[in-house]
Design a protein around this ligand. Structure first.
Ligand code: GLU
Length: 454
């Protein structure tokens, strides 16, 4: 069978058996269609049914999570862990607590994680988990009780050489703390079964900064390759979580100017540059909406999302040279990218997972003068630093901030070079989507063949 028909058959099958999972399908379609040149060259992947196997999680666990809210009411949520692939290492990937979480979203995230983790060069398999629980507006007590209840089931799956969860949307340092406390209580183990831990109890310096820093390191590699520089560039960022915050901080380090951030209430345009310390105070300490930022920072503008119910993400209407989508999936669509392009933007670097819709990605790929850092390569710095946290835990040491940051920087360079060289090897130099998908897949697929049909 030709590679194209093999890929189409597998995609058709996914559509049939997972018809209610459009987001997972979107992620699978992107990876599989980009594998055509590799599959044409290497018939072994079809011979060993690698595509059929790799698109199916090794194990999916769904569980009820009940906690008592402050009003004394029992609240019930779906909990999940999708253990997607363990051929190159133990399952590794974050937990998302957000009302939109369902099996479709977690399968997409777990699938992406396989290739992202592979690209880091570290030995980590792919997984994702979470719950349709909204931490927003909940008290600390409610968050703690929810995390403890969630861990009552999750603890049966995880372990430092088995499955190592971390944070994602809605799961930060506070949640990891409560989850780890309960893990320890249930298992009597003080080990590295979670990453993103606090610094005094096994966490790694620079883990919080890693995804944002890594994304900017990646953008820096892309722009340097074409003889440019980030210096002086006006940059739009979406999101206001740790990815967005530390993207802004690293952009300043490299002489660029971040001018926007966004959250579920709206976005900030600060023409003089985002005040990172103020942003941290509002989002991380006070846990408030972004309108608070504009109340404090002179010259900045807050636009409420309610003013813009027209199917577009209005943060992308702000003119910029480079865009860093760092909020969530499918947050940058065709209309958005057309606006960005018309306003002079020539670089998109994905801090979030799959933030660009397929139509917007096709638009970018049709332009010769556009640099595009796909998520599984550009945002791999977070999980890579989780891998560094695991190394430190296993050897009972802790490295300095500079040591971890230097390793992170080297890993991001390695990922860029791997994706770039692979795109060249397959005749489409500079197509980092193709390069990242093939390079990420090849390592995992070869390990799956080596290990037989399990
Ligand atoms: N949630 C992050 C990601 O999307 C980090 C996962 C981790 O550190 O395990 O890659």
């Amino acid at each position: 069978m030709s590679a194209k028909s093999y890929i189409n058959d597998v995609l058709k099958h996914i559509k049939k058996v997972s018809s209610r999972q459009p987001i997972f399908y979107q992620a699978a379609e992107e990876v599989l269609t980009n594998l055509a040149p590799l599959l044409d060259r290497e018939p072994k992947y079809e011979k060993h049914s690698v595509l059929e196997r790799i698109v199916m999680p090794e194990k999916t666990t769904m569980f009820r999570t009940v906690y008592i809210n402050d009003a004394g009411k029992a609240c019930v949520h779906f909990g999940y862990r999708v253990e997607f692939n363990s051929s190159i290492g133990p399952y590794k990937g974050g937990l998302r607590f957000h009302p939109t979480v369902n099996l479709d979203v977690l399968k997409f995230l777990g699938f992406e994680q396989i290739f992202k983790n592979s690209l880091t060069g570290l030995n980590m398999g792919g997984a994702k988990g979470g719950a349709n629980f909204d931490p927003k507006g909940k008290s600390d007590g409610e968050i703690m009780r929810f995390c403890q209840s969630f861990m009552n089931e999750l603890s049966k799956l995880i372990g430092d050489v088995k499955d190592i969860p971390a944070g994602d949307i809605g799961v930060g340092g506070r949640e990891i703390g409560y989850l780890y406390g309960q893990y320890k209580k249930l298992t009597s183990r003080f080990d590295g079964a979670l990453t993103g831990k606090g610094l005094s109890w096994g966490g790694s310096l620079a883990r919080t900064e890693a995804t944002g820093y890594g994304s900017v390191y990646f953008a820096d590699e892309m722009i340097k390759k074409v003889g440019g520089s980030l210096e002086g560039k006006r940059c739009s960022i979406s999101g206001a979580g740790n990815v967005a915050i530390y993207t802004a901080q690293k952009l300043y380090h490299l002489g660029a100017l971040p001018v926007t951030v966004s959250d579920s209430t709206g976005f900030i345009y600060d023409k003089d540059g985002i005040d990172v310390e103020l942003l941290k105070d509002i989002k991380e300490v006070k846990r408030l909406g972004l309108s608070e930022y504009a109340k404090v920072k002179k010259g900045s503008i807050f636009k409420s999302v309610n003013e813009y119910a027209n199917g577009r993400n209005e943060v992308w209407s702000i003119p910029c040279d480079a865009a860093f989508p760092s909020a969530t999936q499918n947050e940058l669509n065709l209309a958005d990218i057309e606006t960005l392009y018309a306003n002079g933007c020539r670089l998109v670097c994905e801090g979030a997972n799959m933030p660009t819709t397929p139509e917007a990605m096709a638009f970018i790929q049709g332009k010769k003068d556009f640099l595009y850092g796909p998520a599984k390569a550009a945002n791999a710095g977070g999980v890579a630093t989780s891998g560094l946290e695991m190394s430190q835990n296993a050897s009972m040491t802790s490295w300095s901030f500079e040591e971890v940051d230097t390793k992170l920087h080297n890993i991001m360079r390695h990922i860029f070079n791997t994706a770039y060289e692979t795109s060249k090897e397959f005749g489409d130099e500079g197509n980092l989507v193709l390069g990242a998908n093939i390079a990420g897949f090849r390592k995992v697929a070869d390990a799956m063949i080596d290990q037989g049909y399990v």
